[in-house]
Write a protein that binds this ligand. Structure first.
Ligand code: FAD
Length: 217
């Protein structure tokens, strides 16, 4: 972490062996998919679970696929729908759950930065960088030289605004003066407090849909 005055707080091993690994999530998912297929799991791509109900004995899920809509019946349901938690809400698990808001996140991949360490995960804190959250800088798999800058925002204060300030006015401006933007990705996150009880009846919610903050940390 780097403070507004440039003080550095580092969590690292003395011999600098890695404390975290970054890998391609697509590869991880391909590997998991293969394991599931080999185990005989019925995989259905391009299908959306639209709605469902739990009558106490059985779950009925309404599915939309390429050939239209149909129902699936099951004894139990595990929801792993990510941070939006829409089905988690349908089954009543979000009742009384605190909603933090919908932050916007933008990830800028830059080449040609100067004097920003690689193989690190750096968070820059303070108003000189961002008024209410940190700027995250980490390794990119795009090229040897590339680094990823993750910048948050909200609806009336878009990440682009803060990125522009970072590039031109912040203490990092000299490090970014020759940098080229080679990729930009964005998402919005519907952020809820973690579920203390992630199950109800025959339904269990897992991963980001149950505990987005815990999974990230
Ligand atoms: C910008 C960003 C950067 C991140 N960086 C990191 C990082 O560096 N390290 C880290 O550990 N974590 C990181 N995370 C968090 C990490 O991506 C999540 O914690 C993780 O992907 C959660 O996995 P999941 O399986 O619970 O949900 P997801 O990966 O979101 O998967 C949910 C899946 O369910 C599908 N789905 C949703 N609704 C339905 C429906 N109704 N019917 C059918 N399918 C549906 C979605 O299409 C998706 O494929 C980051 C997240 C963001 C947004």
């Amino acid at each position: 972490m780097i403070s507004p005055k440039g003080h550095r707080v580092a969590f690292e091993y003395e011999d600098l062996h890695p404390s975290a690994l970054k890998f391609d999530k697509g590869e991880l998912l391909r590997g998991l998919m293969e394991l599931c297929e080999n185990a005989g799991v019925d995989m259905r791509f391009g299908h959306t679970a639209k709605y469902g109900k739990d009558d106490g004995k059985n779950i009925t899920m309404q599915i939309r696929g390429e050939n239209g809509e149909y129902d699936i019946e099951a004894k139990k349901l595990i929801i792993a729908e990510g941070v939006g938690s829409r089905l988690t809400k349908v089954f009543g698990l979000n009742d009384g759950r605190r909603f933090f808001g919908t932050p916007l996140i933008c990830n800028y991949t830059l080449e040609g930065t100067h004097d920003i360490p690689h193989n690190s995960w750096i968070q820059y804190y303070g108003d000189v960088y961002h008024p209410f959250t940190e700027i995250m800088v980490g390794e990119s798999s795009e090229s040897e030289d590339a680094l990823e800058f993750t910048v948050g925002g909200v609806n009336d204060m878009k990440p682009d605004m803060f990125f522009e300030k970072l590039r031109t006015e912040s203490p990092l401006a000299p490090n970014l003066k020759d940098a080229k933007l080679i990729k930009k990705m964005a998402c919005s996150v519907k952020s809820y407090v973690s579920l203390l009880k992630p199950y109800k009846g025959n339904v269990l919610s897992i991963g980001d849909s149950a505990a987005h903050i815990e999974v990230i940390n």
